[in-house]
Design a protein around this ligand. Structure first.
Ligand code: ATP
Ligand code: XMP
Ligand code: GLN
Ligand code: MG
Length: 518
């Protein structure tokens, strides 16, 4: 991003599970950074103009025929380089050392003995030069490249970290980006501040100012249509764009018939009355429900919903006039997944995502949060003075209740789910748990169970409560909601919601489960 000058770090991605965590840690050190694929050309790297480069880990072995390697000219840029895990191995391999597949692989916790407490390992909060780190490797550097010295070791790896002070290259076998490496954040901060000389200036106020200027420049005199869901990302995007271009912004909120109880009214009220924005409310519930009738396959549902959203936006554009831009709340994880070196990853579920719009759509895209993580978007929202209820809302997927009524969707089943879901959220809020939980919702199961109510036999639906804790939605654990709260929720749902006679609690983590059931 041109507005951020050279006070930034470049991360080259070799396919590690943790590349995004490296980016988070660098940003937590208040230095802007971007991830680029490992094979990015030296011209692009030079143009980006970072003050240092981090080479991520990765699944490959440097011996593999197709081992991913960076443009070797990165070693001649005169910039400090830090290699992590595979990044260390590739430095060892390409700079004249020797890497070998070790008989003793290291996974998980390891004790690191630091042999030199300078620069990268300065100011660590440790005793006896020993710190706990997290490892995940089979290969290791067995012989130092010329000019390098070992600066830390473990029982299994005599060269667990190395550096070449003159060429300003550092490399570590463990993962400093994961929380289990207790002093990892300090090490990464040492690299970006002390070694690369970056100033800790990245903050949301700077971001907002430079984004507003950029939006004005990009949009010029044109008008913008913003797909607004009332969720965190698009709401904060709408407020930011409104600051930049005022009434040339029109928001479109689509009622796809799959929203939660009272949601449509609440979103319209907030954005029309509170923010005084041009808001177009499009009730498209009939067309969505018609298209979904008789469909029970989750992937088919997702595709139908994703496509229908696009048709609705195009229809609205035809009716409301000329809009050059379509704005949406795309975040960094969405963007980066499409450039990851992991290659075509397995399709677990097709996330409805306007980012997957066809090439020939009649809009240019405006995505002000392409560089941000969700918690950063929340900070932008707070900085823009947005209320807690919007900024700290649980994420809600575009396909909405359509993927929470398992099996065939009908208006009746959606209504049953809406009531149960409403009770669940109400009780979570009352128990003061809403902010501790990443996401909580009810799933209506395509299962009828026998019950007894008022001495009468019932044969009605079962529903499942789903509540998870998470940082980024990529991994999640089931939330440990106190039994008393669960008991109250179950009681209320069974008593108050006609059509449900049994409530179960989902205790699956992600992985191996996912957060949504479809
Ligand atoms: N009902 C809707 N009407 C209009 N646009 C929508 C609707 N649902 C989703 N979108 C668009 O799809 C994008 C992706 O949805 P997503 O759920 O990831 O983000 P969000 O709703 O803005 O935030 P959150 O993740 O907190 O729910 C939104 O940013 C928005 O632009
Ligand atoms: O906008 C969205 N469109 C979708 O199609 C979609 N599918 C899942 N989600 C949300 O993504 C997070 C991870 O969900 P899963 O563990 O179920 O994959 C959770 O927060 C889910 O609610 C979606 N969001
Ligand atoms: N996490 C990593 O970067 C692993 C590097 C390499 N694949 C190994 O097993 O040693
Ligand atoms: Mg949403």
């Amino acid at each position: 991003m041109s507005t951020i000058d050279s006070n930034k770090i470049l991360i080259l991605d070799f396919g590690s599970q943790y590349t995004q965590l490296i980016a988070r840690r660098v940003r937590e050190a208040r230095v802007y950074c971007e991830i680029m694929p490992f094979n990015t050309s030296i011209e692009i790297i030079r143009d980006f103009g970072a003050r240092g480069i981090i080479l991520s880990g990765g699944p490959a072995s440097v011996f593999a025929e197709e081992a991913p390697l960076p443009d070797k000219a990165i070693f001649d840029l005169g910039l400090p380089i830090l290699g992590i895990c595979y990044g260390m191995q590739l430095i060892g391999h390409t700079q004249g050392g020797r890497v070998a597949t070790s008989a003793k692989r290291e996974f998980g916790r390891a004790k690191l003995l630091i042999d030199n407490q300078q620069d990268l390992f300065a100011d660590l909060d440790i005793v006896d030069n020993t710190c706990t780190v997290w490892m995940s490797h089979g290969d290791k550097v067995e012989q130092l490249p010329p000019g390098f010295e070992a600066i830390a070791h473990t029982e299994n790896a005599p060269i667990a970290a190395m550096r070449n002070g003159e060429r300003r290259i550092w490399a570590i076998q463990f993962h400093p980006e994961v929380v289990h490496t207790y002093e990892g954040a300090t090490m990464l901060a040492n690299f970006v501040h002390k070694i690369c000389g970056c100033e800790p200036t990245w903050n949301m106020t700077n971001f907002i100012e430079s984004k507003i200027a950029e939006i004005r420049e990009t949009v010029g005199d044109a008008s913008v249509l913003c797909a607004l869901s009332g969720g965190v990302d698009s709401s904060v995007a709408a407020v930011l764009i409104h600051r930049a271009i005022g009434d040339r912004l029109t928001c479109v909120f689509v009622n796809n018939g799959l929203l939660r109880k009272n949601e449509a009214e609440a979103v319209v009220k907030t954005f029309r009355d509170h923010y005084h924005m041009n808001l177009h409310y499009e009730d498209a519930s009939d067309r969505f429900l018609q298209k979904l009738a008789g469909v029970s396959d989750p992937e088919k549902k997702r595709k139908i919903i994703g496509n229908e959203f696009i048709y609705v936006f195009e229809d609205v554009k035809k009716r409301l006039g000329s809009f050059d831009f379509l704005a949406q709340g795309t975040l960094y994880p969405d963007v980066i997944e499409s450039v990851s070196v992991k290659g075509p990853s397995a399709v677990i579920k097709s996330h409805h995502n306007v980012g997957g719009l066809p090439e020939n759509i009649d809009f240019k895209l405006l995505e002000p949060f392409r560089e941000l993580f969700k918690d950063e978007v929340r900070l932008v929202g707070l900085e823009l003075g947005m209320p807690d209820e919007i900024v700290h809302r649980h994420p809600f997927p575009g396909p909405g209740l359509g993927i929470r009524v398992l099996g065939e969707i009908s208006k009746e089943r959606l209504d049953v789910l809406r009531e149960a879901d409403h009770i669940f959220l109400e009780e979570i809020k009352m128990a003061d748990l809403y902010r501790h939980i990443w996401q909580a919702f009810v799933v209506l199961l395509p299962v009828n169970t026998v019950g007894v109510m008022g001495d009468e036999r019932t044969y009605e639906n079962a529903c499942a409560l789903r509540a998870v804790t998470s940082v980024d939605g990529m991994t999640a654990d089931w939330a440990h909601i106190p039994y008393e709260v669960l008991a109250r929720i179950s009681n209320r749902i069974i008593n108050e919601v006609k059509g449900i006679n049994r409530v179960v609690y989902d205790i699956s983590s992600k992985p191996p489960g996912t957060i949504e059931w479809e």
